[in-house]
Design a binder for this molecule. Structure first.
Ligand code: AMP
Ligand code: ZN
Length: 134
């Protein structure tokens, strides 16, 4: 028997507010929304994070986000939305079943995005070289 919270939500063992489901994907409202309509999109099968999730499932998660994002704007009147995938605990991943957050945004919601840091050209060049090389 699974101990994973999101597997229990997918199976119906833990009640939720489902907003979308297909063969591979399940989407439900986050219980602590950043804004009303904050949704979590998860694969029905258990994968921990990006590293063990098959590419085809990741594609289906993004397609679901596009569809749900449209509804969030059309039906809830959001002006936009943020997608976020916290990958591994260092990045804020608490539930270890891969999930994509879709957070409705309003022009006047006063939420702040990530603060940018200054970086020198030398630093940027060095990092780009490391990432570009195989
Ligand atoms: P993360 O930090 O990316 O792992 O996000 C986990 C998210 O799961 C948080 O935004 C929580 O509010 C949300 N969450 C935790 N328990 C539940 C639940 N039972 N139903 C819906 N969302 C949940
Ligand atoms: Zn799970």
């Amino acid at each position: 028997m699974t101990t994973c919270l999101f597997c229990k939500i997918v199976s119906g063992e833990i009640p939720t507010n489902k907003i979308f489901e297909n063969d591979d994907i399940f989407a439900f409202l986050d219980i602590n929304p950043v804004n009303p309509g904050h949704t979590l999109i998860v694969p029905k099968k258990h994968f921990v994070d990006m590293s063990d999730t098959p590419e085809e499932i990741l594609c289906k998660m993004i397609l679901a986000a596009k569809m749900i994002g449209g509804k969030i704007m059309d039906k809830l009147g959001a002006d936009g939305y943020n997608l976020e995938l916290n990958n591994k605990p260092a990045a804020g991943q608490i539930v270890e079943h891969v999930h994509l957050h879709i957070m409705p945004r309003y022009s006047d919601d006063n939420l702040k995005l990530w603060p940018g840091k200054n970086a020198s050209k030398k630093e940027l060049d060095k990092i780009a070289k490391k990432l570009l090389n195989k």
